[in-house]
Design a protein around this ligand. Structure first.
Ligand code: ADP
Length: 479
């Protein structure tokens, strides 16, 4: 039985079947059919969230704690089933799909706890007899727009803090991965959220997403996706004077110095560049390698790449799943062609692979002889493609690492405390990794970047309160 999933507006499941969800590992496998909302549904959802806000924001922390805890428990109990559905619709491996599902449960658990830890400050005024209270209040109706590459973790890390701090929500997931989005909303709805607190409007970005941007009644928008759409979110938010938060692309450098442990460096590069099919904004797409280790590093990378198993995401042996869809595959292939035209050497991979089922299979690609000025080093490809940029020493490596319009993550592989410390202090990225892949972060600490990668307060952990609350300063004269 193919499921048909509807939108959730004001506590009711509504909508007709409009879009089909295809498994990128097997194009003959239909995951489900989904409602595709229109601008009117987006407006109804926003109105419902607005009406639900006063009661929910004053509901008391125990009510919010209970819903978030229940959601965490159900996601944990169903992690294998939900993780499998995620791998089936997105194409990341089963291990990655289940891991991401567990991550979502941990995030709901963390923010359940945060509901009970929200505190303020009481400070003496400069005027005798006056007390000053500084408290945090919910922002209001929050619009949540998410991408396809983390179908459950990104919605979780936006929905959980929004609810924890007393906001109501209109959630528009990416068209390619509606099943994970629907599942999380279904779980929260059944966990006891009052009607209108969480609304799901699946549909096109240009229709549902745009209607959200154009609404004067959204008090905040949190967005993860492309730079182009991020700019639209920013422009529309300025127009409506609303709070906004953007997480966009990356062109993350992994620096490998002569004194690195080669095995660690190769592990970091393979994981960071190719796991999740390279479809992570934290992926290491620029491998900045010093002269003395360069040739050994490239040889070891080619050996490891040749052993990677690319295949059906649901096959337990698979290490690299397919590319998410036809247009992303075309983008990857276009950039591989651009890299060759620019004079980089395609040292490994880059060609399409045939498997038992029809799917978007691509052999992970490694460019060598790349320069940092090439388009393949400056623009986000968002696929299993990485470039080795050869440099003479640490100073040049740091300069190249920072010479990018982006600033999400960066990494360095070295055994030198001096260089590791200097890199942590001088890397122009929001997150810095030493002897670790640039991708793969904890859920209880801040996530976010600098420059063209991010805008607004950090996501995740306690720092999420910056975006999902607004500060109030109250003065009382007690005599
Ligand atoms: P990607 O290239 O990763 O798909 P997008 O920025 O296109 O990145 O998509 C990220 C999210 O933004 C998706 O949920 C998408 O539907 C949504 N989106 C796309 N266009 C718009 C738009 N004009 N207004 C609001 N949301 C949009």
């Amino acid at each position: 039985m193919i499921p048909f999933r509807k939108n959730l507006i004001d506590g009711e499941w509504v909508g007709d079947a409009g879009s089909r969800n295809i498994n990128p590992s097997n194009l003959d496998d239909l995951v489900g059919e989904y409602a595709s909302g229109d601008a009117e549904q987006a407006r109804q959802a926003i109105a419902a969230a607005k009406a639900a806000f006063p009661a929910w924001s004053r509901s008391g922390v125990l009510a919010r704690h209970a819903v978030l805890r229940k959601a965490s428990d159900e996601i944990t109990a169903r992690k294998d089933e939900i993780g499998r559905a995620l791998a089936r619709e997105e194409g990341k491996t089963l291990v990655e799909g289940i891991g991401e599902t567990v991550r979502a449960a941990q995030i709901f658990d963390f923010f359940a706890g945060e509901t009970l830890r929200l505190s303020g400050e009481l400070v003496p005024s400069v005027r005798p007899g006056v007390g000053v209270e500084i408290t945090r209040e919910a922002v209001g109706v929050v619009g949540i727009i998410t991408p396809w590459n983390f179908p459950i973790a990104i919605p979780a890390w936006k929905i959980a803090p929004a609810l924890a701090y007393g906001n109501t929500i209109v959630f528009k997931p990416a068209e390619l991965v509606p099943e994970s989005a629907w599942t999380i909303v279904d779980i929260l709805h059944r966990a006891g959220l009052p009607k209108g607190v969480l609304n799901l409007v699946m549909g096109k970005g240009s229709v549902v997403g745009q209607a959200m941007l154009d609404s004067p009644d959204l008090n905040a928008i949190t967005f993860t996706g492309s730079v182009g759409t991020g700019k639209r979110v920013a422009a529309a938010s300025v127009e409506h004077m609303r709070k906004y938060q953007l997480e966009m692309g990356g062109k993350n450098p992994l620096v490998v110095l002569d004194d690195a442990d080669l095995a660690v460096a190769v592990d970091c590069a393979i994981n960071g560049a190719y796991f999740s099919t390279g479809q992570r904004c934290t992926a290491s797409s620029r491998l900045v390698v010093t002269d003395g280790i360069h040739d050994r590093f490239v040889d070891a990378m080619k050996d490891r790449l040749a052993k990677l198993v690319v295949g059906d995401a649901l096959d337990a042996k698979t290490q690299i799943g397919p590319v998410v869809d036809q247009s992303q595959l075309k983008q990857d292939e276009d950039y591989i062609a651009i890299g060759r035209q620019e004079g980089a050497d395609l040292a490994f991979g880059g060609e399409r692979l045939d498997r038992e089922t029809r799917g978007f299979y691509l052999q992970p690609a490694l460019f060598t002889q790349a320069t940092n000025a090439m388009r393949i080093s400056r623009e986000e490809i968002f696929g299993p493609v990485a470039n080795v940029i050869r440099v003479k020493d640490y100073d040049e490596a740091l300069a190249v690492a920072n010479d990018t319009p982006f600033g999400l993550t960066s990494g360095i592989c070295t055994s030198s405390l001096k260089h590791a410390t200097h890199f942590k202090r001088n890397s122009e990225a929001g997150m810095v990794m030493v002897n670790l892949p640039t991708a793969g972060v904890d859920f209880h600490v801040p996530f976010g970047g600098r420059k063209g990668s991010s805008y607004g307060p950090r996501e995740q952990g306690r720092y999420a309160a910056e975006f999902y609350t607004t500060v109030k300063t109250a003065y009382t004269f007690a005599g």
